[in-house]
Design a protein around this ligand. Structure first.
Ligand code: ADP
Ligand code: G6P
Length: 735
């Protein structure tokens, strides 16, 4: 039975040693808590770090750790102390975490931690490769493992790989500052499906892919290394029922079943009428906006003193990554701020902030969620924020108000919360007041809407949608794929090429026989190409046709001396061996003087683009420009030109990073099928890479062996990956 392999830095459980005994505790953080349910449901395995380093383990302990994790359907990856320092604390949390959360000034890059990040990613990939068999699905999680998808894909290309980024993906302007930007993107693109929490992160990622790797992106599909990669957004949810049920059970508790924390909370709440509690829960992380929140709360107490002694902020912060200096500074700053404010406002019977710096058991989280009238969640940047959703799920009486930062991924779905800008104290203070004074009916109205949404899009649904989409990506990929040319096909082709019967071989030029270059005039044929063609041409009764979008002059310069049939301008003119060029179609060119100035205005406004003036067509090349800008311009250009060419026989043809305006009477399909009629051949072969070659694939007789260069939607029957593959195929045929 096929299985799903989840891969994440941390396993959903953490192992530690206490008095020589192993202690197993659940991991905190959105990722571990979120995926736990999914993993338990299936027959899959979860690969990750156990929480202990190799140095802490002897063989006996290691066996115990393995036992403990195996019981939970997990597989441990062993990390050394150095790995932990440089991969986890170093590259992941001192470079990537701040970079992706827009804290460029905290981002520290050094080569050593990069090298270790790479080698640890390889360790994870190797573990995956050890356990994965064809048909399995691998689902890699988060920024600690950005290189794993490509590492797995390189060794096992037939396994479907998904990658989910649980943190924001920053805008291109931020991402581009990072020295290893290219390597990170290439690592992620090893996946077949890449998921983000929000459309904004998806958009930022695609923009970086376009601009940094110059890859072709169509809507949300990236073509890379002859694969199509889908990028999509899947907002992660929570195990709604678990939180809801826990809250319902909590309601039914009698006095002796209550926790110490609950008793203290009750004491405060029962003190007098109008007493309320505001809750915040996060990992102690500078992205969570903890100092902002405390300062805004202080401002609130000053601006609205009537709430003093009535309300209390309960702030729960879980220790996190405490070996990273920025986290230590934050802890210190938080301690000082809480101390100062409590010092300033406390009275004999009241302290404004109750501050806990520790992880709490699930039951206590429920105590806090269910007892708090307001949740105040103010990250300055947060991929999703599950705490906001958990608060909603526990409000079984449909009351309570959520104040939520608009910088969280969750804010995109939770519109009925009071959304705030975490940098605006005034707004936060006013929202706290609004929340505390909000009439019950309004609270209920908002809460019902929030609950409806959060319960519908649960973590299970999130994972299912992701996995379904991963299945689809693979299917689509197979549907559009022509058959890859394999050795057995080459043998068949060769037998036909070497037969006594007549043969026709149509070859497109750019992107088929030679690779694209920055300037079209630089893509001249090289000696190797001439030699291959010459050898092919020596085969009896084989006619070579070079059929190109290039103009007569260029083809003449490059192939005039050869006996091959040349077809220029996508089929406008033709030259047979020992003959002069002839026009296949009579064409007018007077339209050019009207269209040229229009194209020129686009060139002026789109640096890096250029116009190629051919005898019968005009081409706008945008290979060397910012592809995002080019795509915008393409839409504009199409709109302008479409109205320009209506009622003419002109048409717009989109090639590989080029838009061409030409007569609709001409295309390679017409030219190729004319030739096939004039030179009846038993065997026909046609190779091309481009949109324009599709006409040829379509219009040649059914028996033709049509071959596309590159993996794209095509009418061709076969495909090869690259120009290099075309050359080696031709070489083999000529042998
Ligand atoms: P992040 O993933 O950045 O830590 P999230 O809000 O998405 O932030 O997820 C935090 C997860 O950790 C939630 O599921 C929450 O219940 C859990 N959690 C937060 N604080 C504690 C705590 N003190 N003790 C136990 N679990 C906690
Ligand atoms: C965030 C990250 C997770 C990480 C969690 C806890 O949710 O997206 O990948 O596991 O924080 O952080 P930690 O460094 O303790 O694993």
């Amino acid at each position: 039975m096929n299985k799903t392999i989840i891969v994440s830095n941390r396993l959903p459980l953490q192992v530690s040693i206490n008095d020589d005994e192993l202690e197993v505790t659940p991991s905190v953080g959105g990722l571990a808590t979120g995926l736990k349910t999914v993993h338990k449901d299936g027959n899959g395995i979860w690969i990750g770090w156990s929480g202990l380093t190799s140095e802490e383990l002897n063989p006996e302990l290691e066996a115990k750790v393995n036992d403990a994790v195996t019981k939970e359907q997990c597989v441990a990856v062993n990390l050394t102390q150095k790995d932990l320092d440089l991969y986890y604390y170093g590259f992941s949390n001192r470079a990537l975490w701040p970079l992706f959360h827009y804290f460029i000034e905290y981002t520290e890059y050094n080569t050593e931690s990069w090298e270790v990040y790479r080698s640890v990613n390889q360790k994870f990939a190797d573990k995956v490769l050890e356990h994965a068999v064809d048909g399995d699905k691998v689902w890699v999680q988060d920024y600690q493992l950005l290189l794993v998808p490509a590492m797995v894909k390189a060794k096992k290309p037939n396994i479907s790989i998904g990658f989910f980024n649980h943190i924001p993906f920053p805008s291109y302007e931020i991402f581009r500052t990072f020295p290893k930007r290219k390597e990170l993107l290439e690592g992620m693109l090893g996946a077949d499906l890449i998921g983000f929490h929000t459309y904004d992160y998806e958009r930022h990622f695609l923009s970086s892919v376009k601009r940094i790797l110059s890859l072709e992106v169509n809507f949300n599909k990236v073509t890379y290394n002859n694969r199509i990669i889908k990028v999509d957004s899947f907002p992660m949810g929570i195990d709604y029922e678990k939180f809801e049920q826990a809250a319902l059970d909590h309601d039914k508790m009698n006095e002796d079943e209550k926790s110490e924390i609950q008793k203290r909370l009750d004491q405060h709440l029962q003190k007098e009428d109008g007493v309320k509690m505001i809750l915040s829960i996060d990992r102690m992380d500078y992205t969570k906006g903890i100092p902002n929140r405390i300062k805004a709360f202080e401002y609130f107490l000053k601006k609205y003193p009537q709430f003093q002694e009535k309300i209390r902020l309960i702030m729960l912060a879980v220790p996190s990554r405490s070996q990273v200096p920025q986290y230590q500074k934050l802890k210190q700053e938080t301690d000082e701020l809480v101390g100062r404010i409590n010092g300033e406002f406390s009275t004999v019977s009241w302290t404004p902030i109750w501050y806990f710096y520790r992880a709490l058991p699930f039951q206590n989280l429920i105590d806090l969620y269910t007892s708090s009238d307001v949740a105040l969640i103010t990250p300055v940047r947060d991929g999703m924020n599950l705490v906001a959703k958990e608060y909603i799920a526990t409000r079984t009486r449909e009351d309570g108000v959520l104040i939520l930062s608009e910088m969280t991924g969750a804010s995109k779905e939770l519109n009925e919360a009071l959304l705030i800008n975490p940098f605006n104290n005034e707004e936060i203070a006013d929202s706290i007041k609004q929340a505390l004074e909000m009439p019950k009916p309004e609270q209920q109205q908002r809460m019902q809407a929030l609950q409806k949404r959060v319960s519908r899009y649960s973590v299970k649904k999130w994972a299912n949608e992701f996995m379904n989409s991963l299945n689809q990506v693979h299917k689509v990929y197979q549907i559009i794929e022509a058959k890859k040319v394999e050795n057995s096909d080459i043998d068949t082709f060769k037998a036909k090429i070497k037969s006594k019967e007549k043969k026709l071989l149509f070859l497109d030029y750019d992107g088929t026989l030679v690779n694209f270059t920055k300037q079209p005039e630089n893509a001249k044929p090289d000696q190797e190409l001439y030699a291959i063609l010459e050898k092919l041409n020596a085969i009896d009764s084989l006619k070579i046709v070079i059929i190109s979008g290039r103009d007569k002059k260029t083809l003449n310069e490059w192939f005039g001396h050869t006996p091959y049939t040349l077809v220029s301008d996508h089929g406008v003119s033709m030259r047979l061996e020992n003959e002069d060029w002839k026009m296949i179609e009579r064409l007018k060119t007077d339209w050019m003087e009207d269209v040229l100035p229009v194209l020129e205005t686009f060139v002026d406004r789109t640096p890096g683009t250029l116009i190629e003036k051919k005898k019968y067509s005009l081409a706008w090349h945008y290979r060397n420009t910012d592809l995002e800008l080019a795509q915008k311009r393409l839409v504009e250009i199409r709109t302008v030109l479409t109205s320009f060419i209506s009622n003419t026989d002109l048409t717009l043809l989109e090639g590989n990073k080029v838009l061409e305006i030409k007569s609709s009477k001409v295309n390679k399909g017409r030219a190729a099928s004319n030739l096939a009629d004039h030179f009846p051949a038993e065997h026909i072969f046609a190779i091309g890479d481009d949109w324009t070659d599709e006409f040829m694939f379509e219009e040649l007789p059914e028996k033709a062996h049509t071959i596309k260069v590159g993996v794209r939607k095509t009418k061709a029957k076969y495909y090869v990956n690259s120009v290099e593959n075309v050359r080696s195929l031709l070489k083999t045929l000529a042998e």
